[in-house]
Ligand binder design. Structure first.
Ligand SMILES: [Zn+2]
Length: 252
């Protein structure tokens, strides 16, 4: 696994797309904290996590409002310039594939990111959720489509096609290629996760979750000689082995 020198990623726009509020905080919050120092961050949630409770008396609309607020609060920790909610139905994202692809293409063409971070659709990681897989594949497909002007015309998507294709960082990857040392910001990452108070409802007990997090991120850390690290599989338009953002910065 290659260690990313995150300090060398400068002046980029990062779009982090999660299926639900809290996904990016759990999986890549440390990296977002580090990237936020020299780059612009935009967060997008495909759903607002309306099903994310074990309380059968919970009202879906209320929960949506609460979870969007929690994600905005966490987004402020990364100085996110925008926190966007596509408001697809939680747990049922797979039932609207065409609409999802078009919304994601519009998002990509509007935000024009240099780096897109999202779920690894091939991962069987904890915690499994079908929306993670569906969003991962949809973002992957939308990325290519957003670079094709004739595709945008055919689908009536306004805007200029992306060029070059943004780099894709898949979080919690099945086959990690890179990792970011997040030791210096680990307490801040944990603090951002804890802002999602609605998720620690008695079934998900914080102490148990925290133990699991320590195991995951210290396990990745061992791979690169760090106490805590977050793993990614980076798919670059210039090939998997190259951290193209670094090379582009040097040429600029
Ligand atoms: Zn999720």
């Amino acid at each position: 696994m290659n260690k990313i020198d995150i300090g060398r990623v400068k002046g980029k726009k990062i779009l982090a797309i999660g299926a639900h509020p809290d996904d990016v905080d759990f999986s890549c919050g440390g990296t977002l904290l580090l990237l936020s120092k020299q780059n612009r961050i935009v967060l997008a949630c495909v759903t607002s996590g309306q099903m994310g409770t074990h309380d059968e008396d919970s009202d879906k609309t209320d929960l949506m409002t609460v979870r969007e607020r929690e994600q905005r609060e966490a987004g402020a920790r990364y100085k996110a310039s925008q926190v966007l909610f596509l408001q697809f139905p939680d747990f049922f994202v797979s039932e609207q594939p065409k609409r999802l692809r078009k919304r994601l293409i519009k998002l990509l063409v509007r935000v024009r990111p240099d780096i897109v971070i999202t779920h690894d659709p091939w991962s069987e990681y904890f915690p499994y959720h079908p929306d993670h897989r569906v969003v991962g594949f949809a973002v992957y497909d939308a990325l290519l489509a957003s670079t094709l002007p004739l595709y945008l015309q055919k689908k009536s998507v306004a805007g200029v096609a992306l060029s070059p294709r943004p780099e894709l960082w898949l979080m919690h990857p099945h086959e990690p290629s890179h990792a970011v040392d997040i030791t210096s910001v680990y307490p801040k990452k944990i603090a951002a996760i804890k802002l999602h108070k609605s998720q620690f409802d008695g079934v998900f007990v914080w102490e148990k979750v925290e133990k699991r997090l320590v195991k995951i991120f210290s396990g990745v850390g061992k791979e690169i000689g760090a106490r805590q690290a977050e793993a990614f599989r980076i798919i670059s338009p210039e090939g998997d082995a190259v951290f193209s953002t670094e090379r582009k910065s040097k040429r600029a």
